[in-house]
Design a protein around this ligand. Structure first.
Ligand code: PLP
Length: 409
């Protein structure tokens, strides 16, 4: 099946209760059984069934099965937000004393989370560019994982997933990727060797900006060494499934960062149009980037522009597309504010991946917890404007932005 067909007719679709075309919303906390024996079996995982929606819920399962199928994973666990997904994806197997290697250009929230993890004894070493050459000297005795974004937000650095996965595996490490900005429409990281994929479903998967959510997808392929990955201690019997089993029946359940049934329903609905939206969004973003690139006083960053060091990689790895985000440097903070204020269609709001075009000045909003050096490593300068391109008609977006640049001169 091709991508859009699979979104509507994948195997997981046929499992919705009563043959419903969308999963019914099971908006309940608890599930009723006829006997104490039945509940005993469900609680001990000796019988299939739901007990409590923090542990599992049929609408959430429907979303997990759909996204796992679209990513080519073995299983998925849905979470209350993208940040919960990132946190649980790591805490599921890391312990105090362990070390993460991550790209310096991470999304600001992830960067802040990794700072929080230091207080738990989990430290992070940063690499400027996520390439085997730059990663080369970094893995040490305590390193347990490599973490990066497929297309970093907002630096727009593209990870060569296969080469980073090969590097990680050569050092006995799993590769976790945040694929929020790429979505399965642009690439399936698992097919290129990634071991765990996380998404903030808040963005392109939901698509309409109607619910915060996240998801962790396990490839089920990483050969966990239970002596080295102490956080998975006690799960040896599950072999390669140990990661998912702990996430589902251990930490995920205990931490309580579950997705709500309504969010899962909205995400399944959003997923059905992911291909259509992403195609229009990526085409719009490319056209807008090319149009803005003609204006001499602004400097545009978009992976498919000729000046981007990621142009060939994006073309080859990302389905010949460059994603839905572009940034530009306006010349000064005042000019950046002037352009943002003069826009008519682009909504001045945080977030990305909406059907509407969203625009923000990252230095004064998303990166207020970071130092100048950290901001610049993430591609954020005083004059940077981030645009998350929507599905409006490209012609309107181009004239809106070009007029806003002229008005701010
Ligand atoms: N990962 C990336 C790349 C993001 O852009 C974001 C949010 O902007 C997140 C994770 C966090 O997602 P959430 O806001 O759903 O917690």
């Amino acid at each position: 099946m091709e991508f859009n067909t699979k979104l509507l007719h994948g195997t997981a679709v046929k499992r919705y209760a009563e043959g419903a075309t969308l999963p019914p919303i099971a908006q309940v906390n608890a599930f009723r059984y006829n006997s104490a024996e039945e509940l005993d079996r469900v609680f001990h995982h000796r019988a299939a069934g739901y007990s409590y929606s923090r542990v599992g819920n049929p609408t959430v399962t429907a979303f997990e099965q759909r996204i796992s199928e679209m990513e080519g994973g073995s299983a998925a666990v849905a979470c209350s937000s993208g940040m919960t997904a990132i946190m649980l994806s790591l805490l599921n197997f890391l312990c105090s004393g362990d070390e993460i290697i991550a790209s310096a250009g991470l999304y600001g929230g992830s960067f802040d989370l990794f700072k929080d993890l230091e207080k738990l004894g989990i430290t992070t070493k940063y690499v400027r560019h996520m390439t085997p050459e730059e990663l080369g000297p970094l893995p040490g005795e305590r390193t347990r994982v490599i973490f990066g974004e497929v297309i970093s937000n907002p630096g727009l650095e593209v990870m060569d997933i296969r080469s980073v996965a090969d590097f990680a595996h050569g050092h006995g490490l799993p590769l976790i990727v945040d694929a929020t900005t790429a979505t399965p429409f642009l690439v399936n990281p698992i097919a290129l060797g990634a071991d765990i994929v996380v998404h903030s479903t808040t963005k392109y998967i939901n698509g309409s900006g109607s619910a915060i959510g996240g998801v962790i997808i396990d490839s089920g392929r990483f050969p966990w060494d239970f002596g080295k990955f102490r956080g998975l201690g006690g799960y040896q019997a599950f072999g390669k499934a140990a990661y998912t089993v702990r996430l589902r029946t251990g930490l995920g359940e205990n931490a309580g960062g579950c997705m709500t049934p309504v969010t899962a329903f909205l995400n399944v609905t959003g997923l059905e149009t992911l291909g259509l939206r992403m195609r229009q969004i990526c085409q719009n973003a490319q056209k807008l980037a090319e149009a803005l690139d003609q204006i001499p006083e602004i400097q545009v960053n978009y992976p498919l522009l000729p000046q981007s060091r990621y142009r060939d990689l994006a073309f080859r790895q990302l389905n010949e597309m460059g994603g839905g985000i572009l940034t530009f440097r306006a010349g000064s903070r005042e000019k950046a504010f002037g352009i943002i204020n003069a826009l008519h269609y682009a909504v001045k709001a945080t977030s990305i991946g909406d059907v509407r075009t969203l625009v923000i000045h990252p230095a004064s909003t998303l990166y207020i917890q970071s130092t100048k050096e950290q901001r610049e490593a993430a591609g954020v300068y005083e004059d940077t404007v981030r645009v998350s391109v929507g599905i409006e008609d490209a012609k309107d977006l181009i004239s809106d932005f070009c007029e806003a640049v002229s008005a701010s001169r």
